[in-house]
Design a protein around this ligand. Sequence first.
Ligand SMILES: Cc1cc2nc3c(=O)[nH]c(=O)nc-3n(C[C@H](O)[C@H](O)[C@H](O)COP(=O)(O)O)c2cc1C
Length: 179
Amino acid sequence: MSAVQRLEAACEPAAVATDVIWTDEAGSSRDLRHAFGRFATGVTVITINSPDGPYGMTVNSFSSVSLDPALILWSVDKGSARCPYFREASHFAVNILSAGQAAVALSFARDPLAFDTTAWNESDIGLPVLSGCTATLECRREAVHPGGDHLIIVGQVLKACVAEREPLLFHKGDFGAMA
Ligand SMILES: Cc1cc2nc3c(=O)[nH]c(=O)nc-3n(C[C@H](O)[C@H](O)[C@H](O)COP(=O)(O)O)c2cc1C
């Protein structure tokens, strides 16, 4: 049996029903969030130097976009009180959290000023950068695009750092780590 056949057998497609939980005519945002949450992601904290000092937000909408030029994106909820801070920031850091940093993710989901809950330092270009991550990307804001109830923020990567740590994962509303 090939590797693909073994994977298919393990998934038992015939035994699993697929339910329609949302259409563009019927369904709540909660249901749609439920479907979106089936996409397993990593977890980041986006950090900036705001007029109020170091400022952050837990974000899983991060995605790489382009290698040349080096571009990434993430999206911020327009309804969030934090949105104006990130929209206006000329530079930001994407702190890609490691497996042991679920508490850091929760802290920055609750409080943009949660820098007293974890170790951090100031980078060469003055961005607050969290310690203990699996990677950090320092970026210059390249563009801000409308995206429904979110703004899509595109950044040009100026510097990338990595450390050999396992990533923190997010799936179906819960944190996890690689098996
Ligand atoms: C795992 C996780 C991922 C999140 N991803 C995003 C995101 O991509 N964009 C966003 O605007 N908020 C995201 N949030 C929510 C923010 O971290 C934060 O909780 C929210 O902005 C708080 O609302 P407030 O800014 O109105 O106080 C995420 C939260 C968690 C826990």
